[in-house]
Design a protein around this ligand. Structure first.
Ligand code: S3P
Length: 168
């Protein structure tokens, strides 16, 4: 089985994914972490030195590589659905789980680590920037996912329980 977590920055894909993988005794793959490992650079450095398009190409090669594995939980970067290649790969997968959080929840989660997220780093109005990106992405998250989990007001354990019920 392969479980892929998608959703906006700050919804807890990495935290949920790590613990879920441990529970299922699956390997955990985090696409951002794999990109950093491959390039030996941080995500903000990649964005700064090579730009977003280059980052998306790396993201695509990582997704293509790891999506072939079985018995994994994969946490993806929030923008993974923005390229056609990644969108198509995810659309064909069976257990793509959309972790959905409100703008307020997202702000609470990303506020203190904005520097690690190049797309939010420099925006003066954080909530407007999140709304803007979400309005472009939301439909795509819905289209490629097989289930939506509302994470508002839930802790990691509660989100994991819901995923475990879903996968049966
Ligand atoms: C991005 C989300 C980040 C990371 C990069 C771009 C995005 O991952 O891939 O900064 O476009 O939403 P997280 O969703 O894990 O923060």
């Amino acid at each position: 089985m392969k479980i892929i977590l998608i959703g906006f920055m700050g919804v807890g894909k990495t935290s949920v994914g790590k613990q879920l993988a441990r529970k299922l005794n699956f390997n955990f793959i985090d696409t951002d972490y794999e990109i950093e490992r491959l390039t030996n650079k941080s995500i903000p450095d990649i964005f700064e030195q090579y730009g977003e398009n280059y980052f998306r190409k790396l993201e695509n090669s990582i997704l293509e590589k790891f999506v072939k594995n079985e018995d994994i939980v994969m946490a993806t970067g929030g923008g993974i659905i923005t390229t056609k290649e990644n969108y198509n790969i995810l659309k064909n997968e069976e257990k793509v789980i959309f972790l959905d959080g409100s703008v307020e929840t997202i702000i609470n989660h990303v506020q203190n680590e904005r520097n690690q997220r190049p797309l939010l780093k420099e925006s003066e109005n954080l909530s407007k920037k999140i709304e803007e990106l979400l309005s472009i992405r939301y439909e795509k998250y819905i289209e490629v996912s097989d289930i939506l989990i509302d994470i508002n007001g839930k802790n990691i354990d509660e989100v994991i329980s819901q995923i475990l019920v879903y996968i049966g």
